[in-house]
Design a protein around this ligand. Structure first.
Ligand SMILES: NC(=O)c1ccc[n+]([C@@H]2O[C@H](COP(=O)([O-])OP(=O)(O)OC[C@H]3O[C@@H](n4cnc5c(N)ncnc54)[C@H](OP(=O)(O)O)[C@@H]3O)[C@@H](O)[C@H]2O)c1
Length: 330
């Protein structure tokens, strides 16, 4: 593919939102030793993608401009590096790219063999591309941090999932139910039936006064909160937590880090856990793909957008009212 050009979207400075994305033609990248070149079939947008553009993690990301954003892709292998033995041209795969390199909003992308897994025919490209960042975040929050065993062998836990209608939340509800947890979820009124259909036992409308208290309608105290919404202080969660309850915050800001430090120093039994996703194992992604293959979990797609209109997908994600995942397809 050396010398061939491809369509891509990139930005060349911080800020600008959807209007800051430019359609360009750039060379198709070449896979290095441990990389595979994919023909992209679907890419999903995550809030971190436009937060990087906004400058939220400046000066660490992006490492340089211009930058092609997005990390969650599904596609077909077209070329492999000399060190790749487990994948070959023609394999259908799903991959998570690194945030420093990005590259997903393009017709072709290179992915690390360690974070690329084969995708069975039963799992479509859009439903696979939707999974990496939000699915792994939900998985790690529930298993590593909340201590839930997804084979259902742990003691029944009461779990609150905020923003259960979003990308992370909709996977978290389904995974928590696989772990036989009692799930209380929050979402807007238009999504109550949807979140119940994912398996939530009780649902709170976050825009009502009762919903804003986060109190379980059945009086349960939460052993863990998978906090996928933003801007809710620890003091709102605290009265609703069980004695050793934890709030696992997937969008930890500076005040959240302060709360974490205070809870540690005061040896509080109720804990606050900031979660930063560091995907390490292809097996975890494979585990999620297999759940979808076996019909134990599903991806819900909010909307699909062609690469030629990827800025609409970007704007929709910035709007933060998606139900499920936003997908771009070349
Ligand atoms: N730590 C990590 O590694 C990591 C990984 C993934 C995501 N994140 C972060 O996690 C957050 C969620 O990500 P996401 O992909 O799930 O976002 P998303 O898909 O954009 O979430 C949108 C959904 O959240 C709902 N929502 C918004 N505010 C809410 C509230 N206060 N209570 C209940 N529901 C609310 C919206 O419902 P309405 O339309 O009804 O308002 C909408 O359905 C983002 O801040 C993201 O950056 C962190």
């Amino acid at each position: 593919m050396a010398g061939k050009l491809m369509q891509a979207l990139q930005y060349d400075s911080y800020g600008g939102g959807a209007a800051g994305l430019k359609h360009v033609q750039v060379p198709v990248p070449s896979p290095r030793h441990n990389e595979v070149l994919l023909k992209v079939e679907a890419t999903s947008i995550n809030p971190i993608d436009w937060k990087i553009q906004k400058g939220t993690v400046r000066p660490f990301l992006p490492r340089k401009f211009p930058f092609i954003p997005a990390t969650d892709v599904a596609g077909e292998v077209v070329e492999v590096g000399t060190g790749v033995k487990n994948l070959k041209a023609g394999d259908k795969v799903v991959a998570i790219l690194s945030h420093p390199t990005g590259g997903g909003l393009a017709e072709f992308v290179v992915a690390d063999k360690k974070l690329t897994v084969k995708r069975p025919l039963e799992v479509g490209s859009a439903e696979a591309a939707a999974m990496p960042v939000p699915g792994l975040t939900a998985l790690y929050a529930l298993t590593h941090h909340a201590g839930l065993k997804l084979d259902g062998t742990s003691k029944q836990a009461n779990i609150l999932i905020t923003a259960a209608s979003g990308g992370v939340g909709h996977y978290a509800v389904q995974l928590a139910k696989l772990g036989k947890a009692h799930v209380t979820a929050t979402c807007g009124s238009r999504n109550i039936d949807f979140v119940k259909s994912l398996g939530a036992d009780e649902v709170l409308d976050y825009k009502t006064p009762e919903g804003a208290t986060l109190m379980s309608p059945s009086g349960k105290k939460y052993d863990a909160v998978i906090h996928c919404a933003t801007s809710i202080p620890f003091s709102t969660f605290e009265p609703n937590l069980s004695t050793n309850g934890k709030v696992i915050d997937i969008t930890p800001g500076p005040s959240a880090i302060w709360t974490y430090a205070v809870k540690k120093v005061t040896m509080s039994k109720k804990q606050y856990v900031p979660l930063f996703l560091i995907p390490k194992l292809a097996e975890d992604l494979e585990f999620l793909v297999n759940l979808v293959k076996e019909g134990k979990m599903k991806t819900v797609i909010d909307s699909k957008h062609p690469l030629s209109k990827a800025e609409d997908a970007w704007a929709k994600s910035i709007d933060s009212h998606a139900t499920g995942k936003i997908i771009v397809e070349p």
